[in-house]
Design a protein around this ligand. Structure first.
Ligand code: ADP
Length: 630
């Protein structure tokens, strides 16, 4: 029989598993059982509509069978099974969710210690069995397939597939344990009590019975009354797990640790949730929900790969892995499970979207999430800021999207960095601190806080002690624009030419007639600027650029980055600090050396561009110009 090779990325994972020195090898059992449970979920769902199958909910089970003589451990399920294609695609490649993520992380981390940590944190799937197995055989028959198959692999050198006999649907995974070594005793995975405790520890909530034939001991009936009772062995099949899913258990009976563990296993997460929401509702609709707010952004969060949604169960039957309708776009980071008895079981995907119960549940959950976030913001600021760091951007997109429909719901969840507080602040906190004479909520835009600190346009506001909100993400300014006002105060950019305040220190210069200077600079620069004006904002810097009209520099930059030929251009106003030495020198040069004065004007304009973070039209011309003046 031809030996097939594992795909190369699978091989690396496989090598890692085979040579693993990871101390919790026991998790392999959890992975195999979880696959069995998923496979049953699928057939269970089909059974709802296919009467020919002749199976009902209570027929489904997972069986564990240790065989000490053969040193094998078999995990059997009567789930959907696999055909030849599935075996090749699922067990020959890492294409599937859990393992795939594992691989991604793996390629980023090279050293062994990290690898080990990852095994602990992820569901690493089927391959984890190679931590304890020297050979694995899978015998399986798929729903709808006339043929059964046997898949066999002894590790990294490949696998074989052949047809075989199997009467019933489902899968047997037969693990031949590695030989014991001085350090490792693999026989422990043949001990019934060890297996029993592993199932309780990791797989207790699996909704199908996990059964094992247990060898037990009892007093022989005929010696029961004698002084020396004799014992005999007998076998009894026991269900090892309690089968109560974690979301069905009363909150008070579940530890945060259990919730966290479930989150990490179920959603392949590495982080601990920053908030766990457990809710049970009875009334117009009846449902239980277990929701998690992650503390870290999933690596694919802002890509097409990321799918929002909650798992939806109807009376214990998994309806869909990802019911998108249950969470609004702006809370798409929420993970979790909803279980309701109010849905018809054989509801179609299309019908689901319009289901009245589902819509009500979604509305309730949205409100619940909003309330929980608000509560976290006021009672546990540290956690909230951690959350906001991970998903604040999402909330801001939420404000901007759908024509600002969700802004009332979201505006009080926003945080911005404050120039005076030097930390994140809410809009409400800002407004509470506003000075009596302050008309606007000021904001300033730039790459990062340090860059904004250095912006000359912000000098006046700063010197007057006005607080500014820092917009350091491209979506920030759009967010404020979408909000338009907060508590009736409107937002105003620090680069706007009218800040609604006067700078009295510059009154002296203002009184002087500077028309000649301004006209000279405007004529020198031509169309590059729309206007040249004396600055009210500048204190120590000679020049700055401000934008006139509705388009700000940040918007110009943003549009040009997403659509380079958009031709979007803010109207540039060059502000001159008439009290500054460089400007005064230029003014006197107009009389004595007009060429040099023109060079001054060009250089000062370029500097204003640089400070505004805008590209120079001709960098080498600029450096030549500067050199010619040195
Ligand atoms: P994951 O469970 O994260 O998808 P695995 O490596 O554990 O990754 O499994 C890969 C795939 O193999 C599964 O997604 C499933 O399609 C298939 N599979 C594994 N075990 C079984 C089983 N007992 N019955 C049916 N399919 C299975």
């Amino acid at each position: 029989m031809a030996k097939m090779q594992f795909k190369s990325e699978s091989k690396r994972l496989l090598d890692l598993m085979i040579n693993s020195i990871y101390t919790h090898k026991e998790i392999f059992l959890r992975e195999i059982i979880s696959n069995a449970s998923d496979a049953i979920d699928k057939l269970c769902f089909i059974a709802l509509t296919d009467d020919k199958l002749g199976m009902t909910g209570s027929d489904f089970k997972i069986e564990i069978k240790p065989d000490k003589d053969a040193r094998t451990l078999t995990v059997s399920d009567n789930g959907i099974g696999m055909d030849k294609n599935d075996l090749e695609n699922n067990l020959g490649t890492i294409a599937s969710s859990g393992s795939f993520k594992f691989k991604q992380e793996l390629s980023e981390k090279e050293d062994k210690q990290d690898d080990i940590d990852i095994i602990g944190q992820f569901g690493v799937g089927f391959y984890s069995a190679f931590m304890v197995a020297k050979e694995i055989t899978v015998i399986t028959k798929k729903y709808g397939s006339p043929t059964a198959y046997r898949w066999y692999s002894a590790g990294a050198d490949g696998y074989e597939i052949e047809e075989c006999e199997k009467d019933s649907l489902g899968t047997d995974v037969i693990i031949t344990l590695k030989d014991n070594t001085d350090d490792e005793n693999y026989d422990e995975f043949l001990e019934q009590y060890r297996l029993q405790s592993l199932v309780r520890k990791y797989s207790d909530y699996i909704r199908y019975p996990i059964m094992m034939e247990m060898k037990k001991s009892r007093v022989k009936e005929e010696t029961k009354d004698s002084d020396k009772p004799e014992y005999e062995d007998y076998f009894e099949t026991e269900t090892l797990n309690s089968m109560i899913p974690i979301w069905q258990r009363p909150k008070k009976d579940v530890t945060q640790e259990e919730y966290d563990k479930f989150y990490q296993e179920k959603f392949f997460a590495m982080d601990k949730p920053v908030k766990t929401i457990v809710t049970s509702v009875e009334g117009v609709v009846t449902y239980k929900a277990l929701l998690y707010i992650p503390s870290a952004t999933p690596y694919d969060y802002y890509t097409k790969e990321y799918k929002k949604g909650l798992q939806l169960y109807s009376s214990g039957v998994l309806i869909t892995e990802n019911c998108e309708e249950l969470v609004p776009e702006h809370f798409r980071f929420v993970k979790g499970i909803v279980d309701t008895a109010d849905l018809s079981l054989n509801i179609s995907r299309e019908m689901l979207q319009h289901d009245r119960h589902l819509i009500t549940i979604a509305q309730n959950l949205e409100k619940k999430i909003q309330r929980e976030l608000t509560a976290m913001l006021s009672s546990d600021r540290e956690s909230y800021e951690k959350f906001f760091k991970a998903f604040g951007r999402q909330l801001k997109y939420g404000v901007v999207s759908d024509y600002g429909m969700h802004k009332d719901e979201l505006q009080d969840l926003l945080l911005f960095y404050s120039s005076t507080e030097k930390k994140m602040t809410t809009l409400a906190e800002y407004v509470d601190r506003m000075k009596e004479e302050q008309k606007y909520i000021y904001f300033a835009t730039g790459e990062n806080a340090a860059a904004i600190d250095a912006l000359p346009q912000t000098e006046l506001l700063r010197s007057k002690g006005f607080e500014m909100l820092y917009c350091t993400e491209d979506v920030d300014e759009f967010t404020l624009q979408s909000l338009m006002t907060y508590k009736e105060k409107s937002f105003r950019s620090a680069t706007n030419d009218d800040l609604g305040i006067e700078n009295d220190e510059q009154k002296d210069e203002d009184k002087k007639d500077s028309t000649a200077l301004l006209t000279f600079v405007k004529e020198t620069l031509g169309d590059k600027v729309a206007e040249v004006v004396p600055s009210k904002k500048l204190v120590s810097h000679p020049v700055c650029l401000t934008a006139k009209g509705g388009i700000s520099f940040e918007m110009e930059k943003y549009f040009n980055s997403v659509q380079p030929d958009s031709g979007m251009k803010a109207q540039r106003v060059l502000e001159l600090n008439l009290g500054h030495d460089a400007v005064k020198t230029m003014e006197s040069l107009i009389q004595t050396d007009i060429d040099k004065a023109r060079k001054y004007a060009e250089v000062l304009y370029c500097q204003a561009l640089l400070i505004a973070g805008l590209p120079l039209e001709n960098p080498s011309e600029y450096t030549d110009l500067v050199c010619s003046l040195i």
